[in-house]
Ligand binder design. Structure first.
Ligand SMILES: Cc1cc2nc3c(=O)[nH]c(=O)nc-3n(C[C@H](O)[C@H](O)[C@H](O)COP(=O)(O)OP(=O)(O)OC[C@H]3O[C@@H](n4cnc5c(N)ncnc54)[C@H](O)[C@@H]3O)c2cc1C
Ligand SMILES: *[C@@H]1O[C@H](CO)[C@@H](O)[C@H](O)[C@H]1NC(C)=O
Ligand SMILES: *[C@@H]1O[C@H](CO)[C@@H](O)[C@H](O)[C@H]1NC(C)=O
Ligand SMILES: *[C@@H]1O[C@H](CO)[C@@H](O)[C@H](O)[C@H]1NC(C)=O
Ligand SMILES: *[C@@H]1O[C@H](CO)[C@@H](O)[C@H](O)[C@H]1NC(C)=O
Ligand SMILES: *[C@@H]1O[C@H](CO)[C@@H](O)[C@H](O)[C@H]1NC(C)=O
Ligand SMILES: *[C@@H]1O[C@H](CO)[C@@H](O)[C@H](O)[C@H]1NC(C)=O
Ligand SMILES: *[C@@H]1O[C@H](CO)[C@@H](O)[C@H](O)[C@H]1NC(C)=O
Length: 535
């Protein structure tokens, strides 16, 4: 078990009373520095939130709305919500002067909470006020600031044009800053690649506090921030992206098959076709065991949910499905034609049918539903046998009380396979059939230990069916079980390589080289950032 996970456990056991604040003098010096540096800034009173401000606890609590499991030793000494680049530069300067670590937060969806927790004294630069989006429909490009959510981006694109779109993730509340820098897979990935494949320029603040764009940072640095992960290579202020052409109508469906409806064979067959079908078709598969079933041992119901976007009309889709996957018995009435922006609403489980796309602008509504979850990932290169699939069903029956699980099978192939492994740091290209995301979720803190153990047991079980040497994982599905850096001391290259090659394969070494060149003192860091080589 890793250090971080152990303390996640301890924190769960001892509850939030274990939080502490670091040495006051240290923080006061930092605060003084920041105030001094910003003395000419009129918004200063609105952007610095210390534990004495009532705004602090609202902000702090909002960080945990997505994953209750996350906890940490320290509370942030300051939550800083800059409105201008100059303020960020000031914070970076003072962070260096007074050795107070930074956590950068855009959308806050980091699976392990690394954007807002730390077991070392720290402050947060929260980019919620940097969320502007400007779209050029003629050039089919956009500049989007890191603090915007992908839902807002989608909304603004659709507002300007019904024939343009952008290929990024499904959950609308994910932030641009973390999502694009770590990859960005969504329903258009087989046709247009991941978000990072469609980034054409960027603006960031480097470890020396300088603002850089693609031209001034150079191609190596620009390469690193398109899949090499946020944090390691500077604070990203904005990305320039290339928009893609989309027809005015796309087609979607969501059909469910239970075990009694031959789900096992359908899942088996799906593996043979999902990465090979027309690029316009993305057939996602969710294997879900419901959370509210009666919890009789061995009695869990299993749903295989086929979740699909087709960039085209319903008739063409039905023809394609009849050709490649007749066993699913898809009917015309299962399919709905809609605009791309409506499909964003359709695919996000949080929105009931008929929800207006306007909801995509409500990024700051805190959810009342409190959930704990643990996620892991794997890549599959050869179909899992029927016996292997049946083993997964058996594992579902070993879930603890008040706990559920979902395995998401997301197909690769198409455009994803056409791009070379070294083109961006995101290396999961040709040869991968699909990615599995393992999600264990539960509703009560006391179920934590058992559910986390379940996710690890499932991961062990899957070992023989998935990619090997390295057993690859997707950086944006961050998992600290894969290994972590020693955040206060010096992380050796060998230590980081353990998790690094899983996320980045052969690109890890290039990332280390770039890091060594642009941030040799490891100023920008967290438990899974790329370490510089020590000279
Ligand atoms: C509910 C949910 C749904 C998801 N759906 C998808 C999906 O469909 N497809 C997919 O590919 N992924 C998905 N993810 C994973 C998601 O892409 C990653 O968690 C991503 O890193 C989140 O970005 P963020 O800005 O919201 O998170 P944050 O927690 O703010 O940031 C994530 C990491 O990036 C760093 N970072 C953030 N902003 C910056 C910046 N401006 N400059 C430098 N570093 C920065 C943070 O410090 C942190 O280390 C999902 C996650 C969740 C929780
Ligand atoms: C607190 O920090 C100050 C300044 O950084 C330092 O001089 C002092 O020794 C620290 N005190 C403790 C108890 O760590
Ligand atoms: C926090 O409190 C300080 C001191 O009372 C005040 O000057 C500042 O405006 C407050 N900040 C916010 C964001 O409310
Ligand atoms: C389930 O699917 C398999 C493979 O397509 C097929 O051979 C079998 O007859 C199906 N069983 C049922 C009950 O439909
Ligand atoms: C979960 O499965 C059980 C058993 O099949 C069923 O009775 C129940 O309605 C399901 N619950 C949900 C929320 O789907
Ligand atoms: C897809 O269908 C299943 C089963 O009917 C349902 O539980 C699920 O919520 C649907 N998904 C979405 C995103 O609507
Ligand atoms: C969300 O943002 C809107 C617009 O900025 C604001 O009016 C509203 O009060 C915010 N809601 C919350 C819960 O912060
Ligand atoms: C890290 O390594 C450098 C160079 O070898 C050394 O100067 C420094 O003291 C080390 N820091 C820690 C915390 O071990």
């Amino acid at each position: 078990m890793t250090k971080l996970t152990i303390f996640v456990f301890l924190s769960i056991l001892f509850s939030s009373s274990s939080y502490s604040w670091p040495n006051r003098t240290h923080i006061d010096d930092f605060l003084q520095c920041l105030t001094h540096k910003m003395k000419n800034s009129n918004s200063i009173s609105q952007v610095i939130h210390t534990p004495k401000n009532s705004s602090y606890s609202d902000l702090f609590n909002s960080f945990f709305s997505d994953n209750q499991r996350i906890n940490s030793n320290f509370k942030p000494s300051i939550i800083f919500t800059p409105t201008k680049e100059s303020q960020i530069k000031a914070a970076i300067h003072c962070s260096k002067m007074h050795d107070l670590q930074i956590r950068i937060r855009s959308g806050g969806h980091d699976h392990e909470g690394l954007s807002y927790t730390s077991d070392t004294p720290f402050f947060i630069i929260d980019l919620r006020n940097l969320r502007s989006i400007s779209i050029d429909t003629r050039k089919k490009t956009a500049w989007v600031q890191a603090g915007a959510t992908i839902g807002e981006l989608y909304y603004r694109i659709a507002e300007r044009s019904k024939k343009l779109a952008f290929p990024a993730g499904v959950c609308p509340n994910v932030g641009v800053g973390g999502h694009f820098s770590g990859g960005g897979y969504g329903m258009l990935a087989r046709k247009f690649g991941i978000a990072a494949d469609n980034v054409i320029d960027a603006k960031l603040i480097d470890a020396n506090g300088r603002i850089q764009d693609r031209e001034s940072m150079g191609e190596d640095h620009f390469w690193a921030i398109r899949g090499g992960g946020g944090t390691s290579f500077g604070l990203i202020i904005s990305y320039k992206i290339k928009l893609v052409d989309i027809p005015e109508k796309v087609t979607v469906f969501n059909v469910t098959r239970m075990l009694e409806q031959n789900a096992t064979h359908l899942v088996y067959k799906w593996q043979h076709i999902a990465d090979k079908v027309d690029d316009s078709l993305l057939l996602r598969l969710f294997l879900r065991s419901n959370i509210s079933s009666p919890f009789k041992r061995g009695q869990r119901s299993i749903h295989a949910i086929f979740f699909t976007l087709f960039v085209g009309g319903v008739d063409e889709l039905l023809r394609e499905m009849q050709n490649i996957f007749p066993e699913l018995e898809l009917r015309k009435e299962d399919c709905v034609e809609m605009s791309w922006i409506e499909s964003i609403i359709f695919f996000y489980i949080g929105y009931p049918k008929g929800t207006s796309p306007d909801v995509l602008l409500n990024w700051n509504t805190t959810t009342k539903k409190r959930l704990y979850f643990k996620l892991k990932s794997d890549y599959v290169q050869h179909p899992i046998s029927i016996k292997g699939i049946e083993g997964i069903w058996k594992l579902y029956n070993k879930l603890g009380e008040n706990a559920g699980a979902e395995l998401q099978f997301s197909p690769y192939g198409g455009k994803l396979s056409e791009i070379a492994e070294s083109e961006t740091p995101f290396p999961h290209r040709a040869g991968n059939k699909f990615i599995i995301e393992y999600a264990a979720f539960w509703v009560k803190m006391e179920n934590s230990k058992k559910s986390i153990e379940w996710s690890r047991k499932t991961y062990r079980y899957m070992g023989k069916y998935v990619s090997k040497s390295p057993r690859a994982a997707y950086f944006n599905y961050r998992d600290v079980d894969l290994g972590v850096n020693n955040i206060n001391g010096n992380t050796s290259y060998e230590q980081a390589r353990i998790w690094g090659v899983k996320y980045f394969k052969n690109n890890f070494d290039r990332l280390v080289k770039i890091k060594t060149k642009i941030d040799p003192t490891n100023f920008f860091r967290n438990e899974q950032s790329i370490p510089p080589l020590l000279s």
